[in-house]
Design a protein around this ligand. Structure first.
Ligand SMILES: [Zn+2]
Length: 90
């Protein structure tokens, strides 16, 4: 028998554990491209955020960079913000 456990992840902005489905995943591909993983299935190293303000905070404190193991510059942030707004708040 397998236990049904809700997958939990930590938001890199507010460091609160939440259900994975309530979070947005930012993913870094093997090519080093950072984007919002709207389906939650893209391969690569991921970081989770619960909201746009948390994304901004994680970028400011470099928690996002640490979680992804990759530099997140302003150009990347512009793309992430746009994708976040297009995808809507969870
Ligand atoms: Zn958060």
């Amino acid at each position: 028998m397998q236990k049904r456990k809700t997958p939990m992840r930590m938001c890199v902005g507010c460091r609160v554990m939440m259900e994975k489905k309530a979070l947005k995943r930012v993913v870094r591909s093997s090519e080093g491209a950072v984007s919002l993983d709207t389906l939650g299935k893209a391969p690569g190293r991921g970081a989770y955020v619960c909201s746009l303000p948390c994304l901004e905070r994680a970028a400011k404190t470099r928690a996002l960079e640490r979680a992804l193991g990759h530099k997140v510059d302003e150009g990347v942030m512009l793309g992430l913000r746009e994708a976040f707004e297009a995808d809507g708040q969870p």
